[in-house]
Design a protein around this ligand. Structure first.
Ligand code: HEM
Length: 504
């Protein structure tokens, strides 16, 4: 080796050493003082952790860190930090952290939410999911959405006190039809039952602090019969139950296809390609998991937003009047709004933006995972850290949204509208929600919101003396999602003739 090459080699080694030392000397982002071994577990609430993160952000700034056993967490509380890291450096931050109970022991590693960024299926999933929810494809599902929206209006009319259940059923029925061609005809639908059970099991497997294997991952190598390894048997059993949620609806659609009597759906489209080509076992597996992702991602999110809409209309009657006046002026009072009217209803558009901001469905999104060490604003972000974008804090940023707790669609109208919340509400980087933007979720929300406003005035409930009472603006968490606490309201028909058309 010539001396020149040797010098270059030594210089390169010295540079690598210098930078690695420099990086490791950099501090972690500031944060609450951790306790030995348990870190900050004692400070974390069981519910709505995003509120605690927002409080910590006030003390420690838009990027802070804390620790739980075996996990370093970094929380990004400003749009700038979230986009600069998760969007601009997406190749570093688009993996998901491993949840040992769920991902490995219950064998859910192929679920679209948890699939590793480095898995060979990853790109195909994104393409398949995005393609199935693009604005062009979504048009195919408009008649289905319209049919289900009419059914929802009828249910609200006949049985208004169960409005939250009707909304949930509407969201589930649309997604089951879209994904599998399955028609929901009864309230206690079989498939909805199977899939809801799987959502509850998943929440149990994800529950922070419940499973010791998350603290000491090497415990997963214990044989299942070993004393103290009951968690492995539990994970196995729950994994088996969970797999029912992928296989039962998927196999049902396959049987329908084989029998020759099927309706068009996401699954049928992928199992019967237009060019007549044969579908490989791998493509079939991808279709199965993606269809499960549609249900898991699409039901509780859209139903939570629509329930928040009802609450917002109760709390802000002047917004409701304004929106109804727009619908009446543009559509008239003798018909329901349709998809074609959407562009002519700017106030409804602004109301939807405000709804997504005011009641963010996934206030802390889903966690991302740092695939290598990184440096940001002078702080070290260690390889393996879990990164949380606190969408809740961003949606309440007073600089971007003055009086953030007020529901004011006007923010998004006029010559200088405030920032469109769709820039962050659907998450970041290569993990951003594939149902995002003006497509499926928004199309469903638009149709239901505008039709409910045309059909009813949503009014506050009455007390025993017949006086209106105002429900509090209270939300609760269900895993990573957020929805209003149960509340009462009245649906007062605005136009009996219009409602009569529902039963024709
Ligand atoms: C109001 C409606 C919705 C909101 C606010 C929402 C929000 C989100 C957020 C914040 C994420 C995590 C993004 C990240 O990790 O940075 C996500 C992921 C996801 N969403 Fe949605 N979502 C909505 C509706 C839907 C719908 C309708 C579907 C499908 C029918 C869907 C399917 C998914 C899937 C499959 C993922 C996982 C993507 C991945 O990990 O690669 N979502 N969503």
């Amino acid at each position: 080796m010539s001396s020149g090459i040797l010098i270059l080699f030594v210089a390169a080694l010295a540079t690598i050493f210098f930078y690695s030392r420099r990086h490791s000397r950099l501090p972690l982002p500031p944060g609450p003082r951790p306790k030995f071994f348990f870190g900050n577990v004692h400070q974390l609430p069981k519910k709505e952790p995003w509120r605690m993160y927002a409080t910590w952000a006030e003390s420690y700034g838009p990027i802070f860190s804390f620790r739980v056993p075996n996990r370093q967490l970094i929380v990004l509380s400003s749009l700038k930090a979230a986009t600069e890291l998760l969007d601009s450096r997406a190749t570093t931050y688009s993996d998901r952290p491993r949840i040992w109970m769920y991902t490995e022991l219950a064998k859910r590693n192929l679920s679209p939410f948890n699939l590793s960024f480095t898995h060979p299926y990853f790109k195909t999933y994104r393409t398949v999911l995005k393609g199935s929810l693009s604005s062009r494809t979504i048009q195919k599902y408009q008649s289905l959405q319209t049919e289900q929206s009419r059914m929802l209006l009828g249910d609200l009319h006949k049985n208004p006190e169960h409005f939250a259940g009707h909304i949930k059923r509407n969201a589930a029925a649309v997604v089951l039809d879209l994904a599998y061609g399955w028609k929901v005809t009864e309230n206690d639908d079989y498939l909805i039952g199977v899939l809801q059970e799987s959502m509850e099991i998943s929440a149990m497997l994800f529950q922070p602090g419940r499973w010791f294997v998350e603290v000491i991952p090497s415990l997963r190598f214990l044989p299942s019969w070993f004393p103290g390894a009951a968690f492995k048997r539990i994970a196995f059993d729950l994994g088996q139950k969970l797999s029912r949620s992928d296989t039962i609806p998927f196999n049902w659609t396959k049987e329908q296809i084989h029998s020759g009597s099927y309706t068009h759906s996401f699954v049928s489209e992928h199992l019967l390609p237009e060019d007549g080509s044969t579908v490989s076992a791998q493509q079939e597996e991808i279709t199965k998991w993606c269809s499960q992702g549609l249900y898991a991602g699409g039901v509780d999110t859209t139903s939570s937003s629509l329930t928040s809409f009802i609450l917002a209309m109760l709390l802000y009657p002047e917004v409701q009047r304004h929106a109804q006046a727009e619908v009446d002026a543009v559509v008239g009072q003798d018909q329901f709004p349709a998809f074609e009217d959407r562009g002519k209803l700017p106030y409804i558009g602004a109301l939807m933006q405000e709804l997504l901001r005011w009641a963010p469905v996934a206030p802390q999104g889903l966690p991302h995972h740092a695939m290598k060490e990184d440096v940001y604003e002078g702080y070290r972000i260690p390889k393996g850290a879990t990164i949380i974008a606190n969408i809740f804090s961003i949606s309440r940023d007073k600089e971007m949204y003055p009086n953030p707790l007020e529901f004011r669609p006007e923010r998004f109208l006029g010559p200088s509208p405030q920032l469109d919340p769709r820039k962050f509400i659907f998450g970041f980087g290569r993990r951003a929600c594939p149902g995002a933007w003006l497509h499926f979720a928004e199309a469903s929300l638009y149709l239901n919101i505008s039709c409910i406003l045309a059909a009813f005035t949503i009014a506050k409930p009455l007390n025993a003396r017949g006086e209106e009472i105002t429900p509090p603006m209270e939300f609760e968490s269900a895993g990573t999602l957020w929805h209003p606490k149960p509340f009462k309201c009245r649906f007062i028909p605005r136009n009996k003739d219009l409602l009569a058309t529902l039963s024709q």
